[in-house]
Design a protein around this ligand. Structure first.
Ligand SMILES: *[C@@H]1O[C@H](CO)[C@@H](O)[C@H](O)[C@H]1NC(C)=O
Ligand SMILES: *[C@@H]1O[C@H](CO)[C@@H](O)[C@H](O)[C@H]1NC(C)=O
Ligand SMILES: *[C@@H]1O[C@H](CO)[C@@H](O)[C@H](O)[C@H]1NC(C)=O
Length: 496
C-alpha cells in the first residue's frame, strides 16, 4: 500500500479508530473496492504490493470476517437463480478488474442461494499468494473451486444450468477441455466480454461466440464495436447481446457516504502530498504500466496504448490552465494535479517524460505522483475533480467514473467509450475531445471548474444523484438478472 495509514489511525481517538478500521478494512471492501485492481494481469511477480496485500488479507480475515454483513434485506432481482448450478470460467485469477468483477457476481449469486463453481483457466506454475487468498475468499463464501480441466470440470459444465465465460480470452478454455462436448455446453453459455482492443478480435478466442446463448458487454459503444468487428473482420455473428452497465459496490458507497471517513482520508492524503485543504486537486486515476494491464473497469489494454490513459495530455492541459489563470489574473485557489497509478519501479519512459515535463514547466510542486495502488477510495475522498482522459476508443465502461461520482466529484472526461454513457455533459461534468484537440478544451474546463465553485459542487451532487439512480450494485444486479433469465430460458428450449 502506498499510504502510511498507521500514522493517521494512531492519531485518532480510540472510539473513532475502531469503526473506521472495520469500515475501511472490512474484507469485502478490501477485496473488491477499497483495494483496487490496477495491477498487472499477467506478471503478478512484478507487483510487490499485490503480494504484500495477499498476506494482509489473510491476517485480517480472521479478525473481521464476522463483522461483514452477508445477505441483504431487500429481495434481490437474482432470486430466481436460487439452487441453479452456475459454472464460472475466468481466464485468470488476479487483483484485476475482470476476475474481481466475476467474483462480485459469484457472491451476488451465492447470496441468493445459487451453487457456484469457479474455474481459473490460466494459473502460474509456482504458488501465488494472490490466487491463494482469492480462492480462500471464494471458498469462505461457499464458491466451489475446481481445476481448469479434468472429468470434474467437464461434468460440471454438462450439468450446469448456466456457464459464464469471463472475457474474450476465456474462450481458450472451451476446446481443449470440453473437446467434442463443446456443442452441448454452448447453448447455456453467457459470455461476459470486457475487452475492446483490436487483438482480442481473434477467431482463436471467439470462434464459438455465434453459438452461445448470449453475450454481456459493459457499454453500448463496446457492444457496437464487437458487432462491427466480428462481422467485418472475422465474418461471424454476435449472439444476442445484453449491455450491462456496472454498478458501485455497497462497500464503496459506504465509504463515499461516510463523511467522517472521507474527511479523515482527505486530510491524511492531502497532508502526505503537501496539498492544503482549500487547494484544488485535479486527479487522473489510472495505471502507467509497461505491459498488459487491466484497468479498474476490467478493460484490457495493450502495451502499445500505454498512452491510452492520456496522462501526458492531462498534464499539458493542466499547465495550459495555469497559464490561462495567470494571464487572466483569475482569483482561484492553488491548483494541483495528481497522477495516481504511476509505477516508480518500472521507470517507464512515459512516467519519466511526465516528470520531465513537470520540471521543465516549473510546475513540479503542483504535480504529484502516486505509485500504482490497489486503493482508490482514499484518493477519491481527497480530490476535487476526476479527470477521465482515456484516449482512442476510451474505456469500455470506466468504473472509476461512477466511483468518483459516488464521492460527489465532477468529472472532466473524453468524448469516448463508456464515459459518454455514464456522464451527462454539462450536468455531472464536462466532456472534451480525445487527442491533441482536447488539450485546450480540457484546460478551459479545468479553469471553469476552478473558478465556478457553485457549478463544481452542483455537478458533483448531480453525479452522485445519477449514481444513486443508475449505478448501484442493485441496478447492476437487475441488469444482469434480465440477461441471466433470458439465457436460462433459451438454454432450456435448446437443450430439450
Ligand atoms: C459500426 O459500423 C457502423 C456502420 O458500418 C458505424 O456507423 C458505427 O459507427 C460503427 N460503430 C463502431 C463502434 O465502430
Ligand atoms: C513508490 O514505490 C517505490 C518502490 O517500491 C518506493 O521506493 C517509493 O518510495 C514509492 N513512492 C511513493 C510516492 O510512495
Ligand atoms: C458539453 O457541454 C458544453 C456546455 O455545457 C458544450 O460547450 C460542449 O460542446 C459539450 N460537449 C459535447 C461533446 O457535447
Amino acid at each position: 500500500m502506498t499510504l502510511k495509514q498507521s500514522n493517521a489511525w494512531m492519531a485518532m481517538p480510540k472510539n473513532k479508530w475502531a469503526p473506521m478500521l472495520l469500515l475501511l478494512f472490512s474484507l469485502s471492501t478490501v477485496m473488491v473496492v477499497f483495494m483496487r485492481a490496477t495491477s498487472d494481469s499477467c506478471d503478478t511477480s512484478s507487483v510487490s504490493s499485490t503480494k504484500h496485500f495477499g498476506a494482509e488479507v489473510n491476517q485480517r480475515q480472521a479478525q473481521i470476517h464476522s463483522t461483514v454483513p452477508l445477505g441483504n434485506a431487500a429481495p434481490s432481482p437474482l432470486e430466481f437463480m436460487k439452487s441453479k448450478l452456475v459454472l464460472m470460467v475466468s481466464h485468470e485469477l488476479s487483483l484485476s478488474g475482470g476476475p474481481l468483477l466475476l467474483m462480485e457476481l459469484a457472491f451476488l449469486l451465492r447470496g441468493v442461494g445459487s451453487d457456484v463453481v469457479w474455474i481459473t483457466n490460466q494459473k502460474p506454475e509456482e504458488p501465488n499468494e494472490v490466487i491463494y487468498s482469492l480462492e480462500n475468499k471464494m471458498l469462505d463464501r461457499g464458491v466451489q473451486v475446481l481445476p481448469a480441466n479434468g472429468e470434474k470440470a467437464i461434468d460440471t459444465a454438462l450439468k450446469a444450468d448456466l456457464v459464464i465465460l469471463n472475457t474474450a480470452v476465456a474462450g481458450k478454455w472451451l476446446d481443449p477441455v470440453l473437446k467434442e462436448k463443446v456443442p452441448q455446453v454452448l447453448p447455456k453459455v453467457l459470455w461476459w466480454i470486457h475487452e475492446m482492443r483490436g487483438h482480442y478480435f481473434k477467431k482463436e478466442y471467439v470462434k464459438h461466440l455465434p453459438f452461445v446463448a448470449g453475450a454481456m458487454i459493459d457499454s453500448h459503444v463496446t457492444a457496437e464495436l464487437w458487432k462491427n468487428r466480428t462481422r467485418e473482420r472475422l465474418g461471424i455473428k454476435m449472439p444476442d447481446t445484453y449491455v450491462v452497465h456496472l454498478g458501485n459496490s455497497k462497500e464503496l458507497m459506504e465509504i463515499a457516504e461516510n463523511s467522517i471517513a472521507k474527511r479523515v482520508l482527505r486530510e491524511h492524503v492531502r497532508e502526505s502530498l503537501g496539498v492544503r485543504n482549500d487547494d484544488l486537486l485535479f486527479a487522473i486515476i489510472n495505471s502507467i504500466l509497461s505491459s498488459l494491464i487491466v484497468t479498474t473497469d476490467a478493460c484490457l489494454i495493450w502495451l502499445c496504448v500505454s498512452r491510452g490513459k492520456g496522462q501526458d495530455l492531462f498534464l499539458r492541459s493542466f499547465h495550459e490552465s495555469l497559464k490561462l489563470i495567470q494571464e487572466k489574473k483569475l482569483q482561484v485557489p492553488k491548483l494541483h494535479a495528481l497522477v495516481v497509478g504511476s509505477d516508480m519501479n518500472a521507470h517507464t519512459t512515459l512516467e519519466i517524460e511526465l516528470r520531465k515535463f513537470a520540471v521543465e514547466k516549473k510546475i513540479q510542486d503542483r504535480v504529484h505522483f502516486i505509485n500504482k495502488t490497489l486503493t482508490v477510495a482514499p484518493y477519491l475522498a481527497s480530490i476535487d475533480v476526476l479527470v477521465q482522459n482515456s484516449q482512442g476508443r476510451g474505456e469500455c465502461f470506466g468504473r472509476i467514473t461512477i466511483e468518483a461520482m459516488a464521492f460527489h466529484l465532477p468529472v472532466l472526461g473524453t468524448t469516448a467509450g463508456g464515459t459518454k454513457e455514464i456522464m451527462v455533459n454539462g450536468t455531472t461534468g464536462l466532456l472534451h475531445p480525445v487527442g491533441k484537440e482536447g488539450v485546450t478544451p480540457l484546460a478551459n474546463n479545468i479553469v471553469k471548474l476552478a473558478t465556478h465553485v457553485e457549478r463544481r459542487l452542483t455537478m458533483g451532487k448531480k453525479g452522485y444523484d445519477r449514481v444513486k439512480e443508475m449505478f448501484l450494485e442493485h441496478h447492476m444486479a437487475h441488469r444482469i438478472a434480465l440477461a441471466l433469465k433470458e439465457v436460462l430460458q433459451k438454454a432450456k428450449r435448446q437443450l430439450k
